[in-house]
Design a protein around this ligand. Structure first.
Ligand SMILES: *Cc1c(COP(=O)(O)O)cnc(C)c1O
Length: 356
């Protein structure tokens, strides 16, 4: 049976990315050696990093003066590296979910943290608006897509301070105005590559301004200077990321990804809103994520939650169980997810409705 992969992360990758990476694991560039058994300093590997960096810059239209880094540690380590490198006195954070809150918690060890707004009281079902960002903060941190709750900031905010963003789960799903940011980071395992590599887009001249001593490995300057080769980078995930970047370019880039994401999510939200058995947890259309679509059983059908999950699983849906802090269902619709998979889930919902 065909499986439809709605996993929240690690998650679906284009088939050719997996095949090309599998091939390189067996034989890298006809060298007779596996990608897993060559040095990251081998002459054949440097072009992989160089092309991945170049494609990042091209696809996201990154201006001059920025570096693209491939690091270890996940987005979670960036929660600490960001304040280590950029927080001198005070930073502002928008509290839109569990990841945002974790980022904020790390920052508190380095200086004053202003929570400019929060939707915690409403279990993060909306993106706060109309907040003020103090003019004297070192940066304003946002989480552009809230993977767990299914809310998303669909545009780069207009503020008068430098932005920092966790884009773990919506990178390459829309054009970004990178010039508004001093740092954009994310774990690769949602929209780019298998787990193990973290991407960081950092503005070179924003680094090196804080007065504290920064440990070598946690200092962005180290990785900027060494082109992500200060120590052994995650070779296999970087290779896979390059395959995804090539795929993205061949498909038409981020504008095309945004078009597909909108198409997929419009289809699924329309069904959630139409079908009497289900209810979307995020109601404001402008806050609804294109990437992670959260819904629950309508109140009068609450007891059928396990039945629907079983029904959908039998039809080949994978990963549609909601996060424990929201319950219900979550369909993660990342860049590589074909529209046919969304249609298959909609068919499931309609068939389930007919039989009840
Ligand atoms: C998954 C996720 C993280 C955590 O990423 P790790 O790479 O596992 O540390 C952080 N932020 C967001 C928005 C995520 O979706």
């Amino acid at each position: 049976m065909k499986k439809h992969n709605f996993n929240a992360g690690p998650s679906i990758l284009p088939r050719e990315v997996i095949e090309n990476t599998a091939q390189a694991i067996l034989d890298f560039n006809g060298s007779g050696l596996s990608l897993m058994e060559i040095s990251h300093r081998a002459k054949d590997f440097q072009p992989v990093v160089d092309e991945a960096v170049a494609l990042f810059k091209e696809l996201l239209n990154i201006p001059d003066g920025y570096s693209v880094l491939f690091l270890g540690g996940g987005a979670s380590l960036e929660f600490c590296m960001v304040p280590y490198n950029f927080l001198e006195k005070k930073a502002a954070y928008l509290n839109t979910g569990a990841w945002a809150k974790k980022a904020m918690k790390e920052a508190k060890a380095f200086g004053d943290v202003v929570e400019v707004a929060s939707s915690a009281d409403a279990n993060y079902t909306f993106i706060p608006k109309g907040y003020e960002v103090p003019a004297d903060v070192d940066y304003f941190h946002i989480t552009t897509n809230n993977t767990i709750y299914g809310t998303e900031l669909h545009a780069d905010p207009d503020v008068n301070v430098p932005l920092v963003a966790d884009m773990s789960s919506d990178i390459f799903s829309r054009p970004i105005d990178v010039s508004k940011y001093i740092c954009i980071y994310g774990g690769a395992q949602k929209n780019l590559a298998p787990a193990g590599v973290t991407f960081v887009i950092v503005k070179n001249d924003a680094v090196g301004k804080v007065s504290r001593h920064i440990p070598t490995m946690l200092n962005y300057q180290t990785h900027i200077e060494k082109g992500s080769m200060f120590n052994t980078p995650p070779v296999v995930p970087i290779y896979a990321a390059l395959q995804t970047l090539r795929w993205l370019k061949a498909q038409g880039g981020v504008e095309e990804m945004q078009r597909r994401a909108k198409l997929r999510s419009d289809m699924l939200y329309a069904e959630i809103d139409r079908n009497k058995m289900f209810r979307g947890t995020v109601t404001a259309p402008e806050d609804r994520s294109y990437m992670n679509i959260c819904f629950v059983m309508a109140d009068e059908y609450k007891e059928l939650e396990a039945d629907f999950l079983k029904f959908a699983t039998e039809k080949g849906m994978v990963g549609v169980k909601g996060h424990r802090s929201v319950g219900g269902f979550r369909a993660s619709c990342y860049n590589a997810l074909p529209v046919e998979s969304v249609q298959a889930l909609i068919d499931c919902m309609q068939e389930f409705e007919k039989t009840h």
